[in-house]
Design a protein around this ligand. Structure first.
Ligand SMILES: [Zn+2]
Length: 206
């Protein structure tokens, strides 16, 4: 083999290696985005069926939320539980973009446009004016950034698990979350759990 041919081969191999590295980083970016949605859903006590980085025709990954109960519809329900669900779902929508940004260091506005549109749509049920909508969305963004910062280790662990498992069911994602929390806080037993926010409708505090 001539030196030239050898060099060509080496270059081709390097570019293949470069492509594989870029592909791996791209997958991890998607995994962080989806893990952001999933961890926010766990923290906000919103159930989801599964989280995946298996691409479809129109998405690189997804975190499939469970359906809203029939008796709770933002179109006409104004009870506290519905309002809390809406706000939690907005946080879950925003957490994908923010977790991805924490990993990659840049805003992927295009990739998260669908999430942000859905968040704005949900937020519009909860405000009375455009001015309030803008302020509310800004506050939710800051709140979600805080959540992603606090749970960055849980998000990182779930993202890494997604790289190997590709699709993770909601129950298993919650186990991964709790295991990470136990090691983070040095807790041995299964005493740690995410405390769901309890909102009881029409009941006085006892
Ligand atoms: Zn998303």
């Amino acid at each position: 083999m001539s030196t030239l041919a050898y060099n060509e081969r080496a270059e081709r191999y390097q570019s293949l290696e470069g492509r594989q590295q870029r592909r791996g980083r791209e997958l991890l970016r998607v995994a962080y985005h989806e893990a952001g949605h999933a961890v926010a859903a766990i923290v906000e006590n919103r159930s989801f069926r599964s989280v995946t980085i298996v691409p479809t025709e129109d998405a690189l990954g997804s975190c499939s939320a469970s359906r809203w109960p029939r008796n709770s519809n933002p179109e006409y329900s104004t009870d506290l539980l519905t309002l809390k669900r809406l706000e939690s779902d907005i946080i879950v929508f925003l957490a994908g973009h923010i977790a991805e940004k924490h990993f990659s260091g840049r805003n992927n506005w295009v990739g998260s446009s669908h999430d942000r549109r859905a968040a704005a749509d949900y937020a519009s049920y909860l405000v009375g004016s455009d001015e309030e909508l803008a302020a509310y969305q800004e506050w939710l963004w800051i709140r979600t950034e805080g959540l992603v910062r606090v749970y960055q280790q849980e998000i990182a662990t779930l993202a890494t698990s997604l790289l190997t498992e590709k699709t993770i069911q909601g129950k298993r994602a919650r186990e991964i979350f709790l295991t990470t929390q136990r090691s983070k806080f040095g807790i041995q037993s299964a005493t740690l759990d995410v405390k769901p926010l309890k909102i009881r409708e029409g009941q006085p505090d006892d």
